[in-house]
Design a binder for this molecule. Structure first.
Ligand code: G3I
Length: 488
């Protein structure tokens, strides 16, 4: 006990000593001025499709590194590129992109393990079990090669037909049997258990026959335990956006998968900026929308020729569409509380806890990893020290585990007093480490300690970075209310 008290005084001293560090952290935050910083503030990534041949173009790389924190290979991870001859694999382009991403703090989407297009000639001439075996071997080999490096894989791309039928597209892969998609997902999971596994398609941007066909497949996969984690909506858009774009994303999220905007580009014209903004707002409004990828950097990099469909013009200047996306990211309201109060939380997910009064996130102060380190609020930056996992203690109580430190929220020294410090401590599943969620209006929750019955609050209703988080008698103030934002 004594040593804990001593530690607390030492902590107070450490807080005073690190005041300079606080200023440093503050000044390095570039929130609101780039796509990646603004998206990160909302718990999202912002990515671009990259042609690795352009990584030697300094203007291209300058924009890529400044604005984006996720990349996907426009062509280099496709079947024709990675297995040009059967059983002979080539990873030069993909490896180059992964190493650029690692060097610059970017995550990588993998695109695409199986697709009816861009197959190498040898695969196009196969059928039946020979093709099925070759396809599954391809999934296994490529996903194994990139194991641990891919945030999300497009395991299967564009397998549904356009038009009103809602059925599968005819292809050589489809003719190997309707179960080819689930076989691919199972092989991908076995090869890279850490990657999210996505189904990806186009013309699925509203509620229509094709998207409903995909929806039914995902629902069936979830019911039967086929490993699928996400659905990609390519969003190659014309001069209008379906009015139910957001509702369509939400209905997939409600099946228990993440959703991602994977290949966004929009036809030039008077609506371009508005459509970009509306897509961005839709992703922010759906808590399981992980992020947005645009299909290229400058208009001159786009597969769409003269459509000028991207965020930067041919000289690398920001377009009105860029500003519209940035503003939407900065202005975007927080998504509704996840889960809805009263429902169990997802113990496999990571959440931000954002205070209703300050808009700031629950944060392990100064990236500490030690027992007793204080918990504060800080401007949202998407850091691991702002991410929390709910660990089930039974009876509706949970520990809140920091992604950064692995330690859990703890009412210091089992205090039952008002204003007692909330710290992090090694997980001992003590009742001072267990919390339940109590519902407040508007999708917010109070976080109530099992031992003390008191609520986790921002002390003094402060709105400053670094303000203390303590426990206090539950009176329902805005500084005691938190929004749970699922970010992964
Ligand atoms: O690199 C060769 C070049 O050496 C050759 O001379 C030239 C002759 O046409 O072709 C070049 O390869 C082209 C490649 O892009 C790189 O530019 C291919 O022909 C061309 O088919 C390929 O197009 C890509 C297309 O997918 C087909 O794979 C586009 O760049 C790429 O943007 C596009 O991306 C797809 C997504 O993967 C899936 N969703 C739709 C999206 C747009 O079509």
């Amino acid at each position: 006990m004594t040593s804990k008290r001593t530690l607390l005084s030492a902590m107070a001293l450490a807080v005073a000593l690190t005041a300079g560090m606080t200023a440093t952290l503050d000044s390095t935050a570039s929130a609101g001025t780039t796509l990646k910083a603004s998206a990160a503030e909302k718990g999202r990534y912002f990515g671009a499709a990259v042609a690795t041949g352009k990584l030697s173009d300094s203007q291209y790389v300058g924009i890529l590194n400044r604005e984006f924190n996720s990349v996907v290979a426009e062509n280099e991870m496709k079947w024709d590129a990675t297995e040009p001859q059967q059983g002979r694999f080539s990873y030069t382009g993909g490896d180059r992109l992964v190493s650029h991403a690692r060097a610059n703090g970017m995550s990588v989407r993998g695109h695409a393990l199986l697709w009816h297009a861009q197959q190498p000639g040898w695969a196009q001439s196969l059928s039946g079990s020979a093709l099925r075996n070759a396809a599954i071997n391809h999934v296994t080999q490529v996903a194994s090669h990139f194991r641990g490096q891919i945030h999300s894989w497009d395991v299967v791309n564009e397998a549904f037909a356009d038009g009103g039928g809602g059925g599968r597209r005819d292809s050589n892969l489809q003719r190997t049997g309707n179960d080819w998609i689930e076989a691919a997902f199972r092989a991908a999971r076995a090869a890279d258990p850490g990657a999210k596994l996505c189904y990806n398609d186009y013309n699925t941007d509203g509620v229509n026959a094709k998207s409903t066909g995909v929806y039914n497949m995902v629902r069936d996969f979830k019911a039967r335990g086929v490993p699928i984690d996400c659905v990609g909506f390519q969003s190659h858009l014309g001069t209008s956006l379906p009015g139910d774009y957001q509702a369509n994303l939400q209905r997939f999220a409600d099946l228990g998968v993440d959703v991602q905007i994977t290949e966004l580009d929009v036809m030039k014209g008077a609506n371009q900026a508005n459509i970009y903004a509306a897509v961005t707002r839709s992703c922010l409004a759906v808590s399981r929308c992980n992020g947005i990828t645009v299909w290229g950097v400058r208009d001159s990099d786009s597969w769409r020729g003269t459509d000028d469909a991207l965020l930067f013009d041919r000289s690398g200047n920001k377009k009105p569409a860029y500003t519209a996306v940035l503003n939407a990211l900065n202005e975007g309201g927080n998504p509704p509380s996840t889960p809805p109060p009263g429902l169990p939380v997802d113990t496999s997910a990571w959440y931000l806890l954002v205070n209703r009064n300050s808009g700031k996130a629950l944060d392990v102060y100064n990236l500490a990893t030690n027992d007793g380190a204080r918990i504060s609020q800080w401007t949202r930056n998407g850091g691991a020290n702002q991410q929390w996992q709910f660990v089930d203690s039974g009876g509706g109580y949970y520990r809140l585990k920091s992604r950064h430190s692995g330690k859990v929220l703890d009412v210091y020294n089992f205090s039952t007093s008002d204003a007692a410090a909330i710290v992090q401590w090694s997980d001992g599943n003590g009742t001072n480490q267990q919390f339940r969620l109590a519902e407040s209006a508007g999708g917010y929750v109070r976080v109530i300690n099992r031992n003390s019955g008191k609520a986790v609050e921002v002390q003094g209703a402060s709105t400053s970075d670094g303000a203390n988080v303590v426990q206090y008698t539950d009176w329902g103030g805005n500084n005691q209310q938190w929004q749970l934002i699922r970010i992964g």
